[in-house]
Design a protein around this ligand. Structure first.
Ligand code: FPP
Length: 272
């Protein structure tokens, strides 16, 4: 069945040019204020379909092009020594798309893992998948678990890939797990606080999101990291994801460095 569909819409072949991790003194980073970088950046990689349609190609061509962008942005994040990069690859709502596109994306994720796994491992990346993973094809789940196990001791960028992810769904699952702990007598209701909730989320162990980037013009959160982005800054660009370059990413970092983050107070935390 999958073969038949891929025959019709083109195989999800992942090809990427060589983009190496930019060094600290790379001209790409000339404008960077290293003391004011976000630690955790989240990206809504939007506009693959529009990019492809703008070239008279099928939407799936845009998703394949988006893989190359993702690879380059991950390498840039490594060069910037970010603590975490979280990307929205497939939402709980994306199942509403045509069956052929969903099948294509699942195959694309699998191809990406096959092709990029070793290099990510060598780059000391620690991959983690967030979302309702059990709702994905069994073979993809297996690949995801194997990738996580391979990289679990890596100490570089935490690379969280959201697949079958929805922020509300994540909160529902975390409430369920906390209620189970209360029912088992491990926890009293009064002990539930922000720390307990955070440690029940898919992103447990990560810092809060500092910056959310969304490509392709829309300015909304689309059910992404609802809890984690509570105090995040936002950066929007009209550029479609396949055209989003390391330079665009650095532009967002530079803009972020100029922001005054008060976290509801009057002074910046470092000035307290
Ligand atoms: C949004 O563009 C993009 C997606 C739903 C898929 C994201 C997937 C990739 C970037 C491929 C690489 C990812 C991994 C993890 C290998 P859209 O289709 O909604 O574009 P549109 O808004 O123009 O229709």
């Amino acid at each position: 069945m999958i073969k038949k569909i891929l025959g019709k819409i083109g195989r999800a072949v992942v090809t990427t040019d060589d983009f190496t991790i930019p060094a600290h003194d790379s001209p790409l980073f000339a404008e960077i204020n290293w003391k004011k970088l976000p630690r955790h950046v989240a990206i809504i990689m939007d506009g693959n379909g529009r990019w492809a349609q703008g070239q008279g190609a099928m939407r799936t061509v845009g998703h394949t092009a988006g893989v190359k962008t993702l690879k380059n942005i991950l390498k840039t994040a490594i060069g910037l020594k970010l603590d975490a990069l979280t990307v929205y690859a497939f939402s709980t709502e994306n199942w509403k798309r045509p069956h052929t596109e969903v099948e294509f994306l699942m195959n694309l994720f699998s191809e990406y893992l096959k092709k990029e796994l070793q290099e990510m491992h060598e780059d000391n990346v620690r991959i983690h998948f967030i979302g309702r993973i059990e709702g994905l094809p069994a073979s993809l789940q297996k690949q995801m678990r194997e990738a996580e196990e391979l990289m679990q001791d890596n100490t570089g960028v935490k690379f969280n890939v959201a697949v079958n992810y929805g922020g509300q769904d994540e909160l529902v699952r975390s409430v369920q797990s906390i209620v189970r702990r209360v029912q088992a007598g491990e926890l009293a209701a009064e002990q539930i606080d922000e720390t307990v909730i955070e440690s029940a989320l898919d992103t447990q162990g990560n810092l809060p999101v500092d910056l959310v980037i969304r490509t392709s013009g829309d300015q909304r959160l689309s059910n992404f990291l609802l809890w984690q982005a509570a105090y995040a800054e936002f950066w929007f660009t009209d550029t479609n994801w396949p055209d989003f370059t390391p330079e665009c990413f650095v532009e967002a970092m530079v803009d972020y460095a100029g922001r005054d983050r008060r976290f509801g107070g009057l002074t910046k935390p470092e000035e307290k």
